[in-house]
Design a binder for this molecule. Sequence first.
Ligand code: PCA
Length: 211
Amino acid sequence: MNKNRDKIILLSGFEAFGAFSSNPSALLAEKFDGLAIGPYRVRSCILPVVFGEASRILEEWINQLHPAVVVCLGQAAGRSGITPERIAVNLDDADIPDNAGNQPVEKAIVPGGPAAYWSGLPVSKIVSALAALDIPASVSMSAGTYVCNHVFYSLMYKLAGMPGVRGGFVHIPLMEGQSPDDKPALSLHQLEQAVRCVLKTSAQELEGAGF
Ligand code: PCA
């Protein structure tokens, strides 16, 4: 395999969904596209908030780019800090329709697949690194059962067959100014700092050294 291909971090964000007209995860993915993180180059994609389609598109990007690290971002309104997800579950159970009108209830993502997968990202190290930057963060035990968990589970299912490639999911709070209500939010600057820290900590884990 081409050596350069080993040095890509694939970063995904989501389109707006539900009651929101924007999604900070998409904004951040766009901002980081093409940036260097140590010896790695970030490539970004924006996923539709649609069960099935989102994970198919992510899989196409993985097949095309052969990334060394895959970090998927999603918005979690109501959370006050950055929350790397520890575990993906084999369940679609939607409270609201996705952007194509699908609303699966108690449906396996991969029928007969494992009940759950651990994240491949160093979730505790990421939280410590964020805390050192004074960015609120904690490890989350559930990515929910909506499209984010669907993408997370599908990613880990795929990466189970790709030894050496690390991946996982990180939920982020709303961005300041995004929502008129009083849900917690971080500034764009804090969110950018946080994503840089997540990517750097994840890539350093692969390199086994600082950069
Ligand atoms: N958050 C949703 C889906 C897209 C997003 O940004 C979720 O948490 O499932």
